[in-house]
Design a protein around this ligand. Structure first.
Ligand SMILES: Nc1ncnc2c1ncn2[C@@H]1O[C@H](COP(=O)(O)OP(=O)(O)OP(=O)(O)O)[C@@H](O)[C@H]1O
Ligand SMILES: [Mg+2]
Length: 230
């Protein structure tokens, strides 16, 4: 079995003085696409924040593996904010290269990759994000995270506001590239049917705990899923 990209061991995260992620252990390996589901308030976003280093852990530890020199993780947050006064290219460049205005060669290469991954943005590269629709801004957030090629890509409800065909294609492109790169993704989705087409594994959170970690086949058994979920 390949070495883990991340091994989370007995992680506890508090918000507002109470634990919202409790004693959670999780291992993610290269090539995996982990679909994380759970009710509103079950702790999914809090877990992603902790993995992205945006929330401190009160207990437990995270051990990172992955390729030396490559970025550990990149996250697309649930509210997916963009820099509104900046163009699509500038937003993606900021996420991927760490600056709004890279040199011409890097900029062309980045725009080429973005158009290949998300053709819907092709005619919008110079448009300020303020002038995009909500769904188009969502695509910018997706592209910005996808193109980082980090070891672990974290997505919090990436398909909100996208039509089913666009969501399926973008997730398909994303997941297809992970295997070649030896990276992995953790995707929080309420849109289970779309994400399940590409996921390799299912995790379920309830009240801050990981109550299921296993095969996607559980999704086909809605009665059993409901028992675990509710
Ligand atoms: N900034 C905050 N301060 C205090 N408590 C918070 C804060 N943000 C979230 N919480 C609480 O943490 C718990 C977990 O929230 P979290 O956002 O992780 O849930 P979630 O599973 O992502 O839900 P959803 O599906 O609605 O996005 C909830 O009870 C929520 O009220
Ligand atoms: Mg959330």
């Amino acid at each position: 079995m390949t070495a883990p990209l991340i091994a989370v061991d007995r992680l506890t995260v508090e918000r507002g003085g109470r634990p919202v992620v409790r004693d959670l252990s999780l291992v993610i390996r290269p090539g995996e696409v982990v679909l994380l589901i759970g009710h509103n308030g079950s702790g999914k976003s809090s877990l992603l924040h902790a993995l992205a280093g945006l929330l401190p852990a009160q207990a437990g530890e995270m051990r990172w593996g992955g390729l030396r020199g490559r970025r550990r993780q990149a996250v697309m947050l649930q509210d997916g904010a963009t820099f509104l006064s900046r163009s699509v290219t500038e937003n993606v460049a900021a996420g991927v290269l760490g600056r709004f205005r890279p040199g011409p060669a890097k900029r062309r290469a980045l725009e080429g990759r973005l158009m290949a991954a998300i053709p819907e943005l092709t005619s919008k590269l110079q448009t300020p994000c303020a002038d995009l629709s909500g769904g188009q801004r969502q695509l910018v957030g997706l592209g910005r995270t996808m193109l980082t090629d980090a070891d672990l890509l974290l997505f919090d409800e990436p398909t909100v506001g996208l039509p089913v065909d666009v969501a399926s294609r973008v997730l398909g492109t994303l997941c297809g590239s992970l295997v070649a790169l030896g990276s992995a993704a953790l995707i929080v989705e309420h849109n289970i049917d779309i994400a399940a087409k590409f996921a390799t594994r299912l995790c379920v959170m309830k009240n801050g705990e990981l109550v299921y970690d296993g095969a996607l086949a559980l999704l086909a058994d809605r009665a059993k899923l409901r028992n675990i979920y509710l």
